[in-house]
Design a protein around this ligand. Structure first.
Ligand code: NAG
Ligand code: NAG
Ligand code: NAG
Ligand code: NAG
Ligand code: NAG
Ligand code: NAG
Ligand code: NAG
Ligand code: NAG
Length: 910
């Protein structure tokens, strides 16, 4: 009994002395000066400091939530203010009162907003610091060299400050002799001469992250980095366009994680993996690598006790037959071979040995997946990507037992089947589901219980039935090009309090009824595409709440009424497509005044009347203006649209980005990839082939060169304004079927980018300017049915057009018309020749040429737009196109020109 008492006493004493949590008055309690320092530090964050509410002027600061003290001395040793630790962003500056915490060893300020202030120099005086994390904290300016005084520092994270951190030299790194972890991702260290020398001075470095550091800027090759001590090397997204260097494969190192993805590494993958015994994960996806998977890599994976678990080779140009080697990877947990040129027929025999596979990505190769329905895999997948594989025609039953899937991509997989019921109850944790571009049938059931589902693409199938219910958390919902019918009233249910819906595409279905007026909650919506349905009624007023909307397309419905005034609140709109409806009234002036970012305005084929408002001239970004087939009258405003004046492509990327890309990966940086939204504006133009890009950086996007003015089929009168010829970047100008008079501007030939110029069916007079002959790109040229006179200019390209371009101008003469021009001296008498046109072959006038109505945007570019992208995107893109899903071919420019003509002449209306 006494013994027990003694023991209890002893335990109590130990507990009391062991830390401040036990309320010892003397030991381990906050030092007053440090509490004051913390309070002052908090003050600088103003009213954003709510989450530091436990920081009060009384009480033990060692008990405050984000603070830790040394249990013996009571000095503050750790401050963890990362947002990921608690909630709410701190916004403000770092107070120098931090210097009142001299024993700080751990300081994490990541994921806050320091408002582009500099990283303070005084941090270099916190000599005990071992961990400093300033990641994603909106710092900018120079990284102070004083950080080099932190000789105890073991980890330094300066990543993801939006490229705003600058380094002029890295010599200060020498002082960090204890450094084990260095993360400079998104800091532009590539501009530092010999950046690698500074890194090579760090003897104990274990982790090195240099993703997106623009290292390839200078020098162009990947210089030697001493990786002897490294376990993690991250060189993602640096756009190296060299071969993968040999030094990465030197003997004697213990690299465990090697990340080289999203560069432009070329050549073959070095066959030197025999030295890479420690390798756990290898990511060399998204490069330009060619050739086979090297045999040493296959052997490494195939070894008995191989450590290799993750292999990402996707999105390269690798080739070979997978049948021979797939089984060698059976020890892997993640295997990504997607978007390469692998071929083969994959059967159960190749997959039977896989036990631990969680991620299988074989999309976009030339693979046939031939698995028996009753095959039961011995692995449990979480990620399955078999897009563009030959998987069908039956829906793959072997997926049924896979209950952990959260990413499924079976798009464009040749499946022509009904989706079995079990599939829809597959996995409640599914996040990403893409079944697009198949021939799937059946009704889509109520999916509202799939609370994890954030991306659903069922487009381009034969799904039918009424619009199902979807979960409120969904980000991207694409049901385009199915036969879904009935009202859309319950889309409102998706626009719940979470405001998470980003993309809603229900285009090309049979939806009908009014668009509900319930968009007040759609405040994160960026793309709303309801085109090609049978929707009727007015444009709802509550669209005005969609302040983040970039793309609004209601094209080809039966929508009537006026454009509601509330739409002027949608100040982010880049594409506004209301074409082919029954909208009436005038074109609102506020479109020009308020919708400044607008790049494409499509109001064609409605019942708009009145003038084209002068205010449209204020749309500085505009590249597509299509208001044909209305009842507009008055003169063409003398606008000059700056973006059409330049020949350069205007990237559609600027300022647009999505939180999610095609592969369902979250994207944190807008520079990386072209996203869904950038492509959607063109969905309308080239049908829905916006399904394109995932992978390489495409700084320049050919489609962004589409520059179009289409004012055809109205009652516009007056002259063709001289200003229009300043739009030298324009690809297509259609003013046909109006009441324009006056003459064709003399310098029209300066619009050298024009591929289509249609001025037919007006009352234009005078002669055809000879400058036309210098327009080398012209494929479509029509001035028929005007009152033009004089000799048709000739030369160059112009000679390839036939008489149909000129029909119905009784006073025109010369090739290709049959009427000869009078000799030079009598030209001025040309008026007298009015009655002499009997020689004309009126029979040849095809109705088509009389009515070159513009389904131009939607049909011409549907075809031609697709061709344009091909030439620019090459291989990453080629993968996509080479698969069955798109009827797009890569053709030489010569054939293209021919085809364009052919295509155009097939557009002849009956
Ligand atoms: C914080 O204060 C600023 C100006 O002092 C004010 O604009 C802002 O609305 C306040 N924020 C909160 C959440 O109170
Ligand atoms: C606390 O401070 C004492 C005395 O300086 C030191 O020996 C001990 O290692 C410190 N403990 C921690 C957890 O830092
Ligand atoms: C997050 O914020 C809420 C409300 O402001 C608060 O009740 C909660 O305690 C905070 N959580 C943390 C971990 O700070
Ligand atoms: C970064 O700070 C600047 C300047 O205060 C501010 O305008 C910007 O919105 C901040 N960025 C982020 C992502 O918080
Ligand atoms: C730094 O902060 C970021 C963001 O909170 C976090 O992801 C990362 O793990 C931290 N790094 C270290 C080394 O603590
Ligand atoms: C790389 O660093 C190690 C020490 O970390 C050193 O022994 C070795 O000589 C260095 N290699 C080269 C080529 O500089
Ligand atoms: C690599 O990139 C640089 C700069 O971007 C360029 O000058 C060079 O021609 C490229 N080399 C190859 C082989 O593409
Ligand atoms: C792989 O591609 C290269 C050219 O990049 C070619 O020479 C080789 O024949 C291809 N191999 C196979 C198996 O297709």
């Amino acid at each position: 009994m006494r013994l027990m008492m003694l023991q209890l006493l002893a335990i109590t004493i130990t507990l009391i002395s062991s830390g401040p949590t036990w309320g010892d008055e003397l030991k381990g309690q906050c030092v007053e000066g440090e509490r004051q320092a913390l309070l002052k530090f908090k003050e600088a964050f103003g009213n954003t400091s709510n989450r530091l509410s436990s920081w009060t002027s009384r009480g033990d600061c060692c008990k405050w939530r984000q603070v830790r003290c040394n249990g013996t001395t009571g000095h503050v040793i750790s401050l963890d203010l990362s947002r990921s630790y608690s909630n709410g962003t701190l916004r403000g500056e770092i107070s120098s009162s931090l210097l009142g915490l001299p024993y700080l060893t751990y300081l994490d300020l990541s994921h806050n907003d320091f408002m582009k202030t500099q990283v303070p120099e005084f941090l270099g005086s916190l000599h005990h610091l071992e961990h400093l994390n300033l990641s994603s904290a909106n710092f900018s300016g120079n990284i102070p060299y004083q950080l080099g005084n932190l000789s105890c520092l073991q980890s330094l994270v300066l990543s993801s400050n939006d490229f705003n951190l600058i380094v002029n030299n890295l010599d200060w790194l020498h002082g960090l002799s204890s450094l084990k972890v260095l993360d400079l991702s998104y800091v532009q260290i590539g501009s530092v001469e010999n950046w690698h020398d500074a890194l090579n001075m760090l003897p104990s470095l274990v982790e090195l992250h240099l993703a997106s550091c623009e290292l390839s800027n200078h020098p162009l090759s990947l210089p030697y980095v001493n990786i002897t001590s490294l376990e993690v090397l991250d060189l993602r997204r640096n756009y190296f366009n060299v071969t993968i260097p040999d030094w990465l494969f030197e003997a004697g190192h213990r690299l465990r994680h090697l990340y080289l993805s999203q560069n432009k590494f070329e050549g073959q993958i070095p066959d030197k993996f025999h030295n890479m015994k420690s390798l756990v994960s290898l990511d060399i996806s998204k490069n330009n690598l060619i050739g086979p998977i090297p045999s040493t890599l296959r052997e490494l994976a195939n070894q008995r006790h191989s450590l290799l678990k993750e292999l990402y080779l996707g999105n390269n140009l690798l080739n070979g037959t997978l049948e021979n080697c797939l089984a060698q990877f059976s020890g892997l947990v993640a295997l990504d071979l997607s978007q390469n040129n692998f071929e083969g027929v994959i059967t159960e025999a190749h997959l039977d040995k896989f036990r631990n596979l969680k991620e299988m990505a074989l999309s976009s190769n030339r693979l046939t997946i031939n698995l028996k329905d009753d095959w039961v895999p011995s692995f449990e997948l979480e990620v399955l990507r078999l897009a563009h594989c030959r998987l069908g025609p039956e829906f793959p039953r072997w997926i049924q037992p896979q209950k952990s899937l959260y990413i499924i991509d079976l798009s464009c997989a040749d499946i022509s089947d009904a989706v079995p019921d079990w599939f829809w109850s597959l996995s409640p944790t599914i996040r990403y589901l893409n079944l697009s571009y198949n021939h799937l049938t059946g009704f889509v059931p109520d999916l509202s219980s799939y609370i994890s589902l954030i991306y659903l693409d069922l487009s381009k199938n034969n799904f039918s039935g009424p619009l199902p219910l979807f979960p409120q958390n969904i980000n991207v919902l694409d049901l385009g090009e199915n036969t879904i019918f009935g009202p859309i009233s319950h889309v409102c249910a998706m626009l719940g309090v979470n405001n998470s819906l980003d993309v809603l595409d229900l285009s090309f279905n049979n939806l009908s009824g009014n668009i509900p007026n319930c968009w007040t909650y759609g405040q994160s919506l960026t793309t709303l595409n309801l085109a090609n349905n049978h929707l009727s009624g007015p444009i709802p007023d509550s669209f005005g709440s969609l302040i983040t909307l970039l793309t609004l397309s209601l094209d080809r419905n039966n929508i009537s009424g006026k454009i509601p005034l509330s739409l002027k609140n949608c100040k982010s709109l880049v594409l506004l497509d209301l074409g082919y409806n029954q909208l009436s009234g005038t074109i609102p002036t506020w479109i020009g005044e308020e919708l400044q970012p607008l790049k494409a305005l499509i109001l064609s084929s409605n019942a708009f009347e009145g003038y084209i408002p002068l205010q449209l001239c204020q749309l500085k970004e505009l590249v597509i203006l299509a208001i044909s087939l209305n009842q507009l009258s008055g003169a063409i405003p003398q606008c000059v649209f700056p973006n059409m004046v330049v020949k350069q492509n205007t990237p559609y990327i600027n300022g647009l980005y999505s939180r999610i890309d095609f592969e369902g990966e979250y994207i944190s940086h807008p520079y990386l990839i072209l996203h869904y939204h950038d492509l959607v504006p063109f969905a309308l133009i080239w049908k829905r082939n916006y399904y394109v890009y995932s992978g390489h950086y495409a700084g320049d996007w050919a489609l962004s060169s589409l520059k179009i003015i289409d004012l055809s089929s109205n009652s516009l009168s007056g002259d063709i304004p001289q200003e229009i010829t300043r739009h030298v970047g324009l690809k297509s100008l259609n003013l046909s079927r109006n009441k324009l008079n006056g003459s064709i501007p003399l310098n029209i030939g300066e619009m050298k980018s024009l591929e289509a110029l249609d001025l037919s069916m007006n009352q234009l007079s005078g002669s055809i300017p000879t400058s036309i002959a210098t327009m080398d790109e012209l494929q479509i040229w029509n001035v028929s049915n005007n009152n033009l006179s004089g000799e048709i200019p000739s030369g160059n390209h112009l000679d390839t057009f036939d008489s149909s371009s000129y029909m119905g101008n009784p006073n025109l003469c010369g090739h290709p018309l049959t009427s000869k021009c009078p000799p030079e001296e009598s030209l001025q008498d040309s008026h007298h020749r009015q009655g002499q046109a009997q020689g004309w072959d009126w029979d040849k006038i095809h109705p088509f040429y009389l009515s070159m109505a513009l389904g131009f945007i939607t049909s011409f570019w549907a075809f031609w737009g697709s061709l344009l992208i091909c030439s620019s995107w090459r291989h990453a893109y080629f993968h996509f196109l080479s698969h069955i899903c798109d009827k797009v071919y890569i053709i030489t420019p010569v054939v293209v020109a021919k085809l364009r003509r052919q295509f155009w002449s097939q557009q002849v209306p009956k």
